[in-house]
Design a protein around this ligand. Sequence first.
Ligand SMILES: [Zn+2]
Length: 319
Amino acid sequence: MDHLQQSRLNLLTSHMLDRGSLVRLDTETLALRIQDRRARFIGIHKMQIAIDPGDDTLPAWLTRDEALERFGHVDPWIYLGEQNDAVYFALNLDEHGREPLDDFVGLRALAFHLDPADSTVLAYAQAMVAWHKRHRYCGRCGESTESRQGGHVRQCANPSCAILHYPRTDPAIIVLVEKGDKALFGRKPEWPSHRYSTIAGFVEPGESAEQAVVREVAEETGVEVVGARYHSSQPWPFPGSLMLGYHAQAGAELISLNDQELEEACWLTREEIISRLGQGIFIPPPSISISFRLIEDWFDRNSNIPFKTVLEKSDADSF
Ligand SMILES: [Zn+2]
């Protein structure tokens, strides 16, 4: 399986959406799109997504009239693109300073109930709204900024500056480290009890993704990475990361929690994971995440029983 196919299996990476990157530059076409009968608006308030008041598993994709009735306005909007004969817009509900009383749910909870195409658009919408909220002022001169190009640029309002700010994506690595028949897991103190995951961290300026893999694993666990293979990527809009997934090989098993970011790190074989799942003392990361897929692909590479079947049998609380 090549990297394109691998990434398509990650949630939030559906290729169905036509982002219409040229439409953003065409003010007249954008004005028509916003009036289009196919236009659908999703409200985002404090990084929560508007849902159908009668069903908290359904995002509320509203027509323009419905959005006006529910929120009282349809701006500021962000053009997201087209998919399945609908034209999608995100609404940043926080700019008006009001607290809508309607129901909202976080994307992490909602994503479990959505098909890949829908969850991809919502992740995109959330990441864009988060960027707008954090870039209301120019980082160069401090003046306020204004939305341009369908919400895909913010321009400084100071005429002598007028710099354009583009949406930010912060690269981060996430890596399953293996040695023989074992994989390396860590847990952070703030996670739910018994939750374990792969090692992750942001790529620093002046650093390659592979260098970040080596550094992060060494910082968090003391384990030396001697080889790394790219797996796939996943946008992670909490608020604006791009996760670059790797499988890596360790030189030795000795663990040392150098930066104290983890409260525990351990090597586990597949059999030990099955045993811990049965005892309820191992909970994998959420199934919507790339870390789950890194674990699943490692596990299934050398197991007669697929990881998901093992989880279903153990009734693990991972979904
Ligand atoms: Zn400026």
